[in-house]
Design a binder for this molecule. Structure first.
Ligand code: SIN
Length: 503
């Protein structure tokens, strides 16, 4: 049986930063990181925009970043949490830089970008591939630390809670076996749930595993109904995940226009293209309803070619690969599911309602985002809460023990046939249902019935088949879909878009 002091699940920015900080402070502790894919496959890897931080206090201030965050979140953020995150931002950013993350510079300072909902330029970025750069530098550091072990293609299935404390986990390995591990502390950093929707910017791994695992272990989950739709995903019907056209493009001066080539966002908000994502997505949905069309357009044709190529090289290359030229063509766009604002409820130390179980990054509900996250606050929240968790774990772990008794392998190895096709059918149905729930107003009672039926079918597969990663994922997705629909009774995230949305 694998024994480790700390088990981290997930290799995005939050999990890696936590592991690094803890491993450097406490060389006596063993840290194991499990990830269900290869280490570099994470939501972080896909982040284009950057990380928000107030570095220039002459023109900008913490108070303005705080106000922008609370306003974007519809006034539902926890004000103390917002202050903590915003005030820690510079320190955490300099730590990332110290670990080898390169952010773009200009005139001996950082090249701060503007994004929707921000009253000032305050986004540190690395071209349009910030996530990739952060992931590269953090993984390189993790590899250099001898007390961290990364186990790729290892999927945590369920947790063991004894005396109200999380002490162990079952996990699935590439040889189709289920094993058991004991630890003193568990940190979930498993990302979001974008793949519950038919159209999303999130990679295939974003199947809400952490939420489902924590829920089954008895942890409190909240605000799952607040799903953020990013307004500017490239419209390519049938593509999953959708390719993102970063918010920074609008900060850089790109316009959103309708089929008549007219800008329409100022009719909804005086900030126009620089309003927050909920407002821009809502206005695009309204435009769909009026025009009967499936997309609107991002217009970059007036922007300077040379500087565009320097700031957005990955977007330029992708557009060219599908024969779109941002300097001569309008880029078709549509809103798609992008970010889960809710999740596992944690306090300011990232501690969940179950002892020994911490959650950081997108899977955690810290209270920062309210109903709608401010652009480029997600990687920031991840590093601040990774830091908080590292401090709390280092201070408390000596009071815990690594017990190794009392374990029952409730899974064993289940013989049977793999039916990936059947699982894909269930997944597609689920994705279509949630898409219609959010965007076409499919009634909650109908959605609940469909989810119950899909669950029945998934459990029938579970009882008759070999356990597979796909089966674990669909069971997690169905669990979390049920939570979303239940919590949506408290009010869905705006907007409801039209049935014309991205057919
Ligand atoms: C983007 O670059 O538009 C996405 C970054 C974020 O989600 O904040």
């Amino acid at each position: 049986m694998l024994k480790t002091d700390i088990l981290v699940v997930g290799t995005g920015i939050a999990g890696l930063f936590f592991a690094i900080k803890t491993a450097m402070k406490r060389k006596d502790l063993s840290i194991t990181i499990m990830t269900k894919d290869f280490a570099e496959v994470s939501n972080t890897q896909f982040a284009q925009g950057g990380i928000a931080a107030v570095l220039n206090t002459l023109e900008d201030s913490f108070e303005q970043h705080i106000d922008d965050t609370i306003r974007a979140g519809g006034g539902c953020s926890d004000k103390e949490v917002v202050r903590m995150v915003v005030e820690q931002a510079p320190e955490r950013l300099y730590e990332l830089i110290g670990l080898g993350v390169h952010f773009d510079t200009v005139n001996k300072g950082y090249d701060l970008a503007l994004e929707g909902g921000h009253s000032h330029k305050r986004i540190l970025h690395h071209g349009d591939t910030t996530g990739e750069e952060v992931e590269r530098a953090l993984l390189a550091t993790v590899m250099s630390l001898s007390n961290i072990t990364i186990l790729e293609k290892h999927t945590v299935i369920d947790l063991v809670v004894e005396n109200k404390t999380c002490v162990g986990a079952f996990y699935f390995t590439p040889d189709n076996r289920i094993h058991y591990t004991r630890f003193r502390t568990l940190v979930l950093s498993t990302g979001g749930c974008g793949q519950l929707f038919k159209h999303t910017t999130n990679p295939a791994i974003a199947t809400a595993d952490g939420i489902a695992i924590a829920y089954r272990a008895g942890a409190e989950i909240a605000d799952m109904q607040y799903i953020q739709f990013h307004p500017t995903a490239l419209y390519e019907p049938g593509k999953n995940p959708s390719f993102l056209l970063t918010e920074a493009l609008r900060g850089y001066g790109a316009h959103i226009v309708n089929h008549e080539g007219k800008r329409f966002l100022f009719q909804t908000d005086s900030r126009g293209e620089l309003a927050t994502r909920d407002i821009v997505s809502g206005a695009i949905g309204e435009e769909f309803r009026k025009s009967g069309k499936n997309c609107v357009f991002l217009d970059c044709r007036h922007l300077d070619k040379e500087t565009f190529a320097v700031h957005f090289p990955a977007i330029l290359a992708y557009c060219k690969s599908i024969k779109l030229d941002p300097f001569t063509d309008l880029l078709p766009i549509t809103p798609v599911a992008h970010y889960q604002c809710g999740g596992i409820v944690v306090n300011k130390n990232a501690q969940s309602s179950v002892n020994g179980l911490y959650a950081i990054g997108e899977c955690a509900r810290t209270g920062l985002h309210g109903k709608n996250r401010l652009a480029s606050n997600s990687l920031l929240e991840a590093v601040v809460y990774a830091h908080q968790a590292a401090q709390a774990v280092c201070n408390s772990i000596d009071g815990t023990c690594l017990c190794t008794n009392g374990y029952i392998n409730k899974y064993g190895i289940i013989p049977g046939k793999l039916h990936e096709n059947q699982i894909s059918i269930l997944k597609k149905k689920l994705q279509e249902t949630l898409q219609k729930f959010y965007l076409e107003g499919l009634p909650e009672s109908h959605v609940t019935e469909i989810i119950a039926e899909l669950k029945k079918q998934a459990f029938a597969l579970y009882n008759s088949l070999t356990v597979s990663l796909k089966l674990i994922e669909i069971l997690n997705m169905l669990t979390v879909a049920g939570i979303i629909v239940k919590q949506a009774k408290n009010g869905l995230s705006e907007p409801y878009l039209s049935e014309n949305y991205c057919n």
